[in-house]
Design a binder for this molecule. Structure first.
Ligand code: AMP
Length: 402
């Protein structure tokens, strides 16, 4: 990576602004899942060890540029305190006099968490004045560990970097970029990409970009039907994006002409209703009746995809193979999760991103066997689509004088 990392920073006795992703689920003012907080611990522990005076910032939820009690980060401060076993100060104001005074009161290794950056309209507008106010809370040192927010040019991930001396990647950010970056630029082969989920339109650029670098692509979930329709197959009432059928046909033709292994479901589990207890059965994709919809990949597809996955040395997976929230249509997704884990046991590097696929690897009990579980669904998709992430671009290039 050609961006500064924490190894390049001298933090001792200095205030360092660290943008984290503490966008955690809350219930009655208590953090119900602290995964995101725990993910930042390597960065926080290193910053403490380096003697930095840590000013932490994050967004939480979608407040509309004004304070809303239910989106306060105070519960996250309490949770962090509990996990770290040390005091975490909290500033109820994100910028301005109170925040500045509290940041200046920090001793080496102490932590101050600022209130939700999205309580200010300047955050999402990437406003210059707000960016400067954020930068005033540190001594020219910035670390971004919020990979999940790196695809948005907001003040705390982009704007602020123009007003600091050094902007570096935190440990979590570094790990994300290392795994995703390696898959795109220097993957061990064969490289198998697995894409699923509801819509093709969300992933079309990912399909196009990964077709350039992967050796095979396995498509499942609702997005498969736009491709199957493009092949002239009956898809019944399955999810389809009519305005993307032509594009799907073009991608299929391109794959064919380049001998690219673009694999679509051979069979699927269909039902007449989108309901957890709907009567369902498996059939070949050519045998779909007009009143049926495909809600999961079928056993032959699972076997074919698992075989392909078992030969892979690099695997990138985003999106479920079916409506896995309903047990009757979860098998394809859970079996793919197991196949990815087995391939990883056999030496492949696997990267799983996107809320649903991440949930699936947890649900199937294989999360610990995946090489890297990406913390940023949207950001990882944009990265895989070959787009530059504003929050990464904004970091200081290595070799540039401080
Ligand atoms: P996405 O957010 O695009 O990754 O899509 C995830 C959603 O796609 C999940 O909620 C799944 O239930 C849904 N999904 C997956 N396969 C299908 C399918 N065959 N038909 C309808 N929805 C699906």
């Amino acid at each position: 990576m050609n961006k500064l990392t924490m190894d390049d920073l001298d933090l001792r006795g200095k205030r360092v602004f660290i943008r984290v992703d503490f966008n955690v689920p809350l219930k009655d003012g208590v953090v119900t899942d602290d995964t995101r907080i725990r993910e930042t611990l390597p960065t926080l522990r290193l910053a403490i060890a380096k003697g930095g005076r840590i000013v932490l910032a994050s967004h939480l939820g979608r407040p509309k540029g004004a304070p809303e009690a239910k989106y306060s980060l105070l519960p996250a401060a309490k949770k962090l305190e509990e996990i770290l076993g040390r005091m975490v100060e909290f500033s109820p104001e994100t910028v301005g006099g109170v925040a500045e005074a509290r940041s200046r009161a920090l001793a080496d290794g102490e932590i101050l968490l600022l209130e939700n950056v999205r309580f200010y309209p300047g955050e999402e507008k990437n406003d210059e004045v707000f960016s400067k106010q954020l930068a005033a809370l540190c001594d020219g040192l910035y670390i971004c560990d919020a990979f999940g927010s790196a695809h948005r040019a907001h003040a705390s991930v982009a704007g602020i970097t123009r007003f600091v001396k050094q902007a570096a990647a935190g440990r979590l950010m570094e790990k994300e970029l290392e795994y995703l970056g390696k898959a795109l630029t220097n993957p061990a082969r064969p490289f198998v990409a697995i894409l699923g989920g509801a819509k093709v339109s969300d992933k079309i650029e990912v399909v196009e970009n990964l077709m350039k670098v992967a050796d095979a692509m396995l498509i499942g979930g609702g997005m498969a039907y736009t491709f199957l329709k493009a092949q002239g197959l009956p898809i019944g009432k399955s999810l389809v994006e009519a305005d993307k059928v032509e594009l799907a046909a073009r991608l299929l033709a391109e794959a064919k002409s380049r001998n690219f292994r673009l694999m679509l479901p051979l069979d699927h589990v269909v039902a007449a209703e989108f309901k957890a207890d709907a009567l369902n059965h498996a059939c070949g994709v050519a045998e779909t009746a007009a009143e049926e919809m495909g809600l999961d990949i079928g056993p032959r597809s699972i076997a074919a995809y698992a075989a392909e996955i078992s030969r892979a040395k690099t695997i990138v997976w985003n999106g479920p193979m079916g409506v896995f929230e309903m047990p009757a249509f979860a098998r394809g997704t859970l079996e793919v999760a197991k196949a990815v884990a087995a391939a990883t046991d056999a030496g492949a590097v696997s990267v799983v991103g996107g809320g649903d696929s991440v949930a699936a690897v947890h649900q199937s009990g294989v999360a610990g066997r995946i090489s890297h579980i990406s913390t940023g669904g949207g950001a990882s998709l944009e990265f895989l689509a070959g787009r530059k992430l504003p929050g990464v671009e904004a970091l200081t290039d290595k070799g540039r004088a401080a």
